[in-house]
Write a protein that binds this ligand. Sequence first.
Ligand code: MN
Length: 207
Amino acid sequence: MTNMDMIENAMLHVLPLLPYAANALAPVISASTIGFHYGKHHKGYVDTLNKLIAGTELAELSLEKLIAETAGKSDQAAIFNNAAQIWNHTFYWRSLRAQGGAMPPAKLQQKIDAAFGNLEVCKKELSTAAMAQFGSGWVWLVLEGDKLKVVKTGNAETPLSQGVKPLLTIDVWEHAYYLDYQNSRADYVNAVLDKLINWDFAAANLG
Ligand code: MN
């Protein structure tokens, strides 16, 4: 492999821009947490993936196709983990916004009422799932068929490869909250749900 090939392959996947400034979510999520989480962790997955797939057939695939292609294959776990973590984090940043929380748009609110009874129960299910996730992972609001559902995934696992449509996610890896909340995952998740969650993004994902 020539240096030029290496450079071209290393350009394949890029770190998407944050949809807001690093301090936009403070004080719920500090600029310091975003600096490490986006600038080190998310970027690290991009850099590692580009190295892992350089010069292979997988370098031709979009991120979504790469995730589908490597899901469940133990000999490609490192590639899947880094690819899925890139996708999950990009989706997580968009699931949050400054001055979030409040009320979902009507078309999402109707589905929330149908599935959970009301918004508070939906938030409680998200929070309970986040606390029940042992170790690192993610909690998601997804659309399964025509019905909303809360699911959790471990480590890099993503509902993308599980036949449901993700609407929003909260990262519950310790790196998402430890600088701001230390061991209190519940305080982080509840603050995110009350003050940052981007219901408009979730509603847009209904399609
Ligand atoms: Mn993370």
